[in-house]
Design a binder for this molecule. Sequence first.
Ligand code: GTP
Ligand code: MG
Length: 197
Amino acid sequence: LFSGPADFIWAAESTRSLPPMKMLEIAFAGRSNVGKSSLVNALTGRKTLARTSHTPGRTQQLNFFDVNGRFTLVDMPGYGFAAVAKNKVEAWTDLIHDYLRGRSNLARVFVLVDARHGLKDIDNAVMDTLDKSAVSYQVVLTKTDEVKKADLPGRVEATRAALARRPAAYPEIAVTSSRSGAGVPELRAAIAQLLAE
Ligand code: GTP
Ligand code: MG
C-alpha cells in the first residue's frame, strides 16, 4: 500500500474548493505544530512530501496526497494557536470543522496529540464535531522521542483516562514518533486494515 508513489494532488482553502470524492480519505488533524505534516511524510516514506516547519502555522490549507492510487491522505492546518494572525487561525478552524462534518468519503481522522502535552479542550471540541458527525477517529500521540521512556506509559494512560470520559471515543491510542519511526508501521497497518474493511 505504501510502497508505491505518493503525490500531492490538491490544496483547498475553503470547502467550496475540495477535490472530487473519488477515493477514501484519511485526515490528520491536531493542534498547530503537533507533527501532522511530519507524520504524513513518515507514513509515505517521503521526507518532503508535506511541508513541515519549526514554526506553528506551516500548513495553511487542506493538502491532499494520493497514495499509490489507493487512497488520499489529507494534511490539515493546525488548530489552537499559530504564528499567524488570529483571524487566520479562526478561518482554518472553521474550515477544519466544515470539512470534518461534511465529507462522506472520510474513512478515519487521526487526531494528533503531542505526547508531552496531552489532550486539550480544543482537541475535545474537534472530537465533539467528529462524534456528532459519526466520523471514525483515533488519537495518535506524537513526538514520543521527546518523552522519557519511563514516563511514556503514564502519558498514554492519562490520555486513555481522558478519552474514557468522552461519550464515544475509539479506545485504541497510537503511540508514534516521526523522528524515530516508532509506531509508524503500526499506523500503516491500521490504514491498510481500514481500507480492507
Ligand atoms: P502545522 O502545519 O504548523 O500545524 O504543524 P504540523 O502539525 O504539520 O507539524 P510539523 O510536521 O510541521 O512539525 C512541527 C515541528 O515538530 C517540526 O519542527 C518538526 O520537525 C517537529 N516534529 C515533528 N514530528 C516530530 C517527532 O516525532 N519528534 C520530534 N522530536 N519532533 C517532531
Ligand atoms: Mg503541517
